[in-house]
Design a protein around this ligand. Sequence first.
Ligand code: MEV
Length: 743
Amino acid sequence: MTVSERIDVLTERRWLDTATAARLKRGAALLPAERADRMIENVIGVFGLPLAVAPNFLINGRDYVVPMVVEEASVVAAVSASAKLARASGGFNVDVGESLLVGQVLVTGVPDADAAMSVIEREAEELIALANSLQPNLVARGGGARGMDIFRARFPTGGATEEPRDDNAIILHLLVDTRDAMGANTVNTMCEGIAARVEELTSGTVVMKILSNLADRSLVSASTTLPVSALAERGRTGESVRDAIVLAGHFADSDAHRAATHNKGIMNGIDAVAIATGNDWRAIEAGAHAFAARTGAYRSLTTWTVDSDGNLAGRLELPLKVGVVGASIQANPAVAVSLELAGTTASAELAGLMAAVGLAQNFAALRALVTTGIQEGHMRLHARSVAASADTPPEHFEAVVDRLVQSGEIKVRKAAELLSAVSAGGKSAARESGRAPEVHGRAAGKVIMMGEHAAVFGRQAVALPLVSAVTASVRECGDRTTLEFLDDDQPLAQPPAGLGELADLVMGRLGLAGRHFQVRVQSSVPRASGLGSSAAVAVAVIRAFNHVFALGLSDEAVNDLAYACEKLAHGNPSGIDNTVATYGEAVLYCKESAQPIRTLELREFPPIVIASSGVQSSTKQQVAAVAGRHAAMPARYNAIFDEMDRISAEGAAALVRQDYGTLGILMNLCHGLLNAIGVSTPVLERMVDIARENGAVGAKLTGAGGGGCIVALCPGTAEQVALALRDAGYGVIRHVTRTVAPG
Ligand code: MEV
């Protein structure tokens, strides 16, 4: 599903109300910078992380969708998969007992520690009443200080050189019920407020007063039982997987190096919920690890055993003092969304949810570790998103994912190649069963991010691939060559002008002149719109011949022939289109450089929206018109092209380092220059305006102009920009919100 579709499903199933869904879609559920500025010091912006949901949780008989904020791939998938397995056998049971936060007061220099402890014990009620008088609102909400514990301090209290002694210092623990808040400030205020009276009572000196993050008076446990039969996988019996998980539990419990990683996995889940719900995850982390070391050795937070029926039983216990109210929680609108999703207004319930998520995460990690290892899972997930980006149809999806993982090269270009192979395999079976042949050749379209037109004059340009934009198939047949063109699945009555010449040129160059073929081309990008459709058609057709006749053409040879086709279509093309169509990679292109194509290694595909004005335009005519104006004023036009060249170089660097703020500004500058050289139109200007008004950080015409398309850079706002452009009546060709390695 797309981000927007997921929000729709959550709304349909009533996990979110429609107003919240609309805010999420508009990107209006984010913390505004002005509010961030009031939360901490020296604010310069707001930092983003993915917010996701983990479905399938059944906890104490109730269904939950868990909000998670985490940057690590696989965590959400792992948690959801474990929850799905667990729900088949009743889900998770959680137990949340007392929920008290401990405040510590250290008193030194007492003349007599025993006497000091006795007096505190005697006056405990008075001190508790004093603490409560400082927090009347908490008391009104049913909370407040509930009790006190007193300990002797056993460490040097009189300075660095002193020996440890336990006769002149005591530690007082104030136990506070903070209701639905985490309560750090409340407890600190209480501890500070009773300090003077404690000094009077003990004749000592209060050195420190602060809460403890070892929240061992707020212990939460979660348990689940997983049927042994459900644990079998890939030739391993359920018993063997179960026993390996139990062993992994023993390993973590007896070895601190393993325990740290084991517990880190648990915290992958818990922290993600803590961040989503605005809780202090450092406090939770500190408490969890201190609790794990409570026996003096650092140990596992979970236990995995075999129950009397032979099933796998897991239990997690840890301190979790969390809140659902409080200043930082209320300040952040994204937290309200998370709490709405979690469907909880009680801190105890949220703590139980976190414990269940921690246990689910631990199970998923151990299961993966004792079976296939975790890397395969990571690779598989990555492969799935790459296969989706290559527009892999559902019938070939799993096969392409399998082959991608096997190939170890998880790139969109590889996915497109594997898809051709897989669908060609399907094709021979289809031919035998009498169905029409499918895809033989694929090619990428392109979107120019900056530098169009300047590229024709030897300056640099940046382009991104639109993978699998065009597919082609060929079949030898009858006594004449037929051409069929499907535009977005709709057959065109007349194949586009030039397709016949293109086929002739390709057949001639490949030594197939005089033979007859049925050539079928399908395109998901509009023609004559600056998205490289003609080059992609050439590459897809060449590849189809290459495939069917096993010609063994290299990518380089495909690219050369496609360039010849481009010359036929456009006169003086820069060569960027056929290059991107062939290689399917982001490039910095300069036809006059010694190395014309420099591949840009992108870690993710940028969040862009491409929309069409619906107006076709001829690249050939636009290029010729600019050439005419350039000839009339070469110095002025060269100055503009030089500036575009610099913009492209800087833009390529910004793209690689995912600096979308800079990239957006450069795109806007490039658009201004394209307007200056006369290739924009009122419609394109309007579209660029709409994109910018709706949150695009950069928007420009793309391609030859005079019609065609715009491209907008929309980090976090792609849905909104796409929606606004659609509402205004423009066709959205692609919008990329999911960012994946583009290959
Ligand atoms: C990775 O973030 C977490 C794991 O290392 C946890 C574990 O080893 O149990 C997979």
